[in-house]
Design a protein around this ligand. Sequence first.
Ligand code: AHM
Ligand code: MG
Length: 329
Amino acid sequence: MEKAVVTLNRFIIEEERKHPAATGDFTSILHDIALAAKLISRAVNKAGLIDILGGTGDENVHGERVQKLDEYANQVIFNALDHGGRLCLMASEESAEPIPIPKQFPKGDYVLLYDPLDGSSNIDANVSIGTIFSVHHRRDPRHGDGAIEDLLQPGTRQVAAGYVLYGSSTMLVYTTGMGVHGFTLDNSIGEFLLSHPMIRIPKPGKRIYSVNEAYSDRWSAEQRKLVERLKGKGRFSLRYIGSLVADFHRTLLYGGLFMYPADSSAPNGKLRLLYEVSPLSMVCEQAGGAATDGQRRILDIVPEELHQRVPIYIGNQEYVELANECIGG
Ligand code: AHM
Ligand code: MG
């Protein structure tokens, strides 16, 4: 007998059936995210073939060069999710302000925060890049259009989080708080198929640390001590792709410690709490790992602003604990 393949749609419908009170909103949001992921995956795969590479010359809200595929991905996600009636507000790393749902569409009870194409400086070199997403229930159902408070919620309140990795294959990995599941896109049928059910970060994980060590002259003494202690443990390897989703995905599947610490020129590190750090931290914790800023559990941090940055130490619990010991004192 042919083994039944489990598509993403089947999986999310079956997961939803386990919750009799579920409204179907989630199924719809994840379905729309998956559609956007397929469209972005197609564009990423074609990037080398068509004249789409290179910057637009514009800068995003962080003063970085925006590349065409970033804009495309940003728009595709918005277009896939603006009309379903499940969201009341969105926010994107590429947009300075919250993104309202167009007036003609009904509003729902959820907000979506996303980094449409992380690691975009790697596009020209054909290095893996990714999309990261985070879903929250809005705080006050009376806010028809959603408000900034609905976006500025701590990671513990995420109802779903995940990422799409555009690598040697395209994978969608997500959690709704009941484990982490990974799906691989079969391009020939245009479906995400369950390939990695119930992902657990391996314990003990591989001895890999991942950090941009070229910045070590800007690190604090504590950060230097941490990396020295990791090296002192022996048999550690260094892996750093410089593309967060790819570095995180490896950490999730092989184990290890990924860090983007604070340094003297970036006192809060580089990565954004709401679009990058918080969703990946939920995924990591759900897979049995941990994530802190060196002191605080990432998911407990109450955001103060939309584009807030935060240092991150994420991976196997024992390595994150070592980071807390060195950094937090
Ligand atoms: P981006 O959001 O502008 O794409 O930048 C985020 C990327 C991450 O993917 C990666 O972890 C980090 O920047 C690498 O930064 P650095 O080059 O400073 O090591
Ligand atoms: Mg990013």
